[in-house]
Design a protein around this ligand. Sequence first.
Ligand SMILES: CC(=O)SCCNC(=O)CCNC(=O)[C@H](O)C(C)(C)COP(=O)(O)OP(=O)(O)OC[C@H]1O[C@@H](n2cnc3c(N)ncnc32)[C@H](O)[C@@H]1OP(=O)(O)O
Ligand SMILES: O=C([O-])CC(=O)C(=O)O
Length: 374
Amino acid sequence: MVDKALGGAGLRGQVAGQTALCTVGQTGSGLTYCGYDIAELAEKAQFEEVSFLLSRGELPTSAELSEYKAKLKSLRGLPTALKTVLENIPKDAHPMDVMRTGCSMLGNLEMENDFSEANDAIDRMVAVFPSIICYWYRFSHDGVRIETQTDDDSVGAHFLTLLHDKAPSELFAQVMNVSLILYAEHEFNASTFTGRVCASTLSDIHSCVTGAIGTLRGPLHGGANEAAMDMIEGFKDADHAEQEIMGMLERKDKIMGFGHAIYRESDPRNVIIKKWSEKLAAEVGDDVLYPVSVRCEEIMWREKKLFCNADFFHASAYHFMGIPTKLFTPIFVMSRVTGWTAHVKEQRANNRIIRPSADYTGPEARSYTPIESR
Ligand SMILES: CC(=O)SCCNC(=O)CCNC(=O)[C@H](O)C(C)(C)COP(=O)(O)OP(=O)(O)OC[C@H]1O[C@@H](n2cnc3c(N)ncnc32)[C@H](O)[C@@H]1OP(=O)(O)O
Ligand SMILES: O=C([O-])CC(=O)C(=O)O
């Protein structure tokens, strides 16, 4: 049934299937993973517990978590053929294209031959995605071939170590952990739906994830964190931000990092990442980017009743941790691969090929005109 208030365009308001993985925008709790509130997970859990929850259906016991983390740790190395591919991708390529190619190449080298191998393929992707992006980035930008098999305790710390060539501070590792939890899963968003459509044809899991990466890349979806950074970086101070945003609104420009297809008043992930961004700002001595971001939030609510989505304060948070802007959306991939693949398994478990219909708006039936008569 189409929700009239939202309109039918973009399939908005239409139920396109069932999921036991996540609720978005339900009264009382804005976002839950398998019944757990996002605020509680972000405060108390490790990303690896959330990843385990999504792939196995329950939070791990302490022994299960140790075993799972040890497995992930052992899977961080890159096959030589994948390194060769990454070394051939130019420096000015978009890192999301690198992720897409990296995932696709992995699927060639380590095929999911049977759906019973799904969890092994998922664990491998969760473990190796930070290695893929950092290997390419460090080779193309710094001219070094890094060793990706680190001893870091978490996926987030592993990423930062590879990127910066040193272990992250406790605060940075903590923020990465929270960020990966916040981005892990979000019901039938565009990239997850892409993955589910692919899964519904009974395709392999790397194809599902490769398609999802391509969908996440766009600035209306995951790419918004990079677009938000590009915007706020251009503002000298909060007053300048106000002046520019007002102009953008007058010109009816889209302001990246604001608004949402499902949430109407706030995105529950924003208050969490905003708090961490503020902490990081204090830690690194920022007195521009965080106040600019806060002013943008105030203006957008005052003028348009539009609120920050998960992406907006992620921009400043990642920037404060010394992460290059073009690597922002690949971090989203490192996290969301857990949600995408959980949906792939869910789709497979109760599958019918996803194939909607279209209203035809083209010409009436007509006869073919031979080429020489056109
Ligand atoms: C993790 C994520 O993927 S979160 C989303 C990240 N994307 C962004 O931040 C990009 C900016 N935001 C947007 O483009 C949109 O808000 C979307 C794509 C997220 C949702 O799109 P929709 O569901 O179509 O938005 P919605 O129906 O709420 O839009 C209502 C009105 O607000 C406007 N609007 C919505 N978001 C914005 C924005 N960020 N800036 C300016 N105007 C906006 C729309 O243009 C629309 O105006 P109209 O009725 O005059 O056409
Ligand atoms: O749900 C959506 O449409 C987009 C989003 O916030 C996400 O994927 O995290």
